[in-house]
Design a protein around this ligand. Structure first.
Ligand SMILES: [Zn+2]
Ligand SMILES: [Zn+2]
Length: 305
């Protein structure tokens, strides 16, 4: 899985949908929170479960003695990041999003470079896998054949909240969740609308490196709103499909409990592509071979034995 972020300049498919107008510019929004006291107010409300907090409570929690100063900063946040209600001040949805982005560490922190041994084998050669953590992401790679299982960007919160021994499984769940979001039509970055499509090496939109790879197709997800783009092997993207989740469930396997690269019955290359029209057949063998078929938009078509 590889990613890029590149604004697409708006949603081409937005015709006919409810209009969304910017109430303030992004610059003005950032200016509203560009003060340590305002960030402290947002964090105080977050720590109080989003509020409500009275003005006096906020002032006490952020340790600001001057009520005039405190009023000035709280007023700046009001309407957009904080709502003033009869019960007191509350964090607005925009306030929650901002605090969430800060707490994820994506804006303020970087990941320490570290290599963790992954307790499972390479799907290409059976060699040992390691996870190389970098400033903003992780690469899970085979020490023998150098095959990259996955290399997503990840938020620092992921590395903070789990012990390093569990990180490979956590990275697996994180990347799988991106596919679940995509299968539901949402961008994990901006919550905008995404489209998915199957790309083969000869397609003009195929990435340069794809030609000569062992897999015959990639599932590409593209966000109309923020331009985030990433790809996954069809066998990995298929794990977000209810029919596949159910198939594993019927065999006593919870997809959340083992990394997708160590799953029984599935290898990254276990895919056949049929063209004109394009269909992707993902083969899964859990004792009884099954094939799950997807169309060119990676919509589920059928399962056969
Ligand atoms: Zn290998
Ligand atoms: Zn997006």
């Amino acid at each position: 899985m590889t990613e890029r972020n590149e604004p697409n300049g708006g949603n081409e498919d937005s015709a006919g949908s409810a209009p969304v107008e910017d109430e303030i510019t992004p610059e003005a929004a950032f200016e509203l929170v560009a003060h340590e006291t305002r960030i402290a107010v947002l964090q105080a409300l977050q720590a109080a479960g989003g509020g409500p907090l009275s003005f006096g409570d906020i002032r006490e929690r952020i340790g600001l003695t001057d009520p005039g100063q405190c009023h000035y900063h709280v007023d700046k946040l009001c309407d957009h990041f904080v709502w003033s209600t009869d019960d007191g001040y509350r964090l607005s949805p925009a306030g929650w999003q901002l605090v969430g982005a800060l707490l994820s560490g994506s804006i303020t922190a970087t990941i320490d470079e570290e290599t963790v041994v992954v307790g499972s084998s390479c799907t290409a050669c059976g060699g040992d896998l390691v996870a190389h953590f970098r400033q903003s992401g992780v690469t899970i790679i085979c020490t023998d054949c150098r095959f990259v299982q996955t290399d997503p960007d990840i938020p620092p919160a992921l590395v903070d909240d789990w012990p390093s021994s569990e990180l490979p499984e956590v990275v697996s769940r994180y990347t799988l969740q991106m596919e679940v979001d995509a299968a539901h039509g949402f961008c994990p970055n901006c919550r905008g609308r995404v489209s998915r499509g199957v790309v083969t090496p000869t397609d003009v939109s195929a990435p340069d490196w794809f030609d000569g790879e062992t897999i015959e197709a990639l599932v590409v997800t593209d966000c109309h709103r923020c331009g985030k783009w990433w790809h996954a092997a069809p066998s990995v993207a298929a794990l977000a499909e209810p029919a596949v989740v159910a198939l594993y469930h019927d065999h006593g396997i919870d997809l959340r409990e083992q990394p997708w690269w160590a799953l029984d019955g599935l290898t990254v290359g276990s895919t056949t592509v049929r063209k004109d029209p394009l269909y992707v057949h993902v083969h899964i063998d859990l004792g009884e071979p099954k094939t799950v078929v997807f169309d060119e938009a990676f919509e589920f078509v059928e399962t056969y034995e």
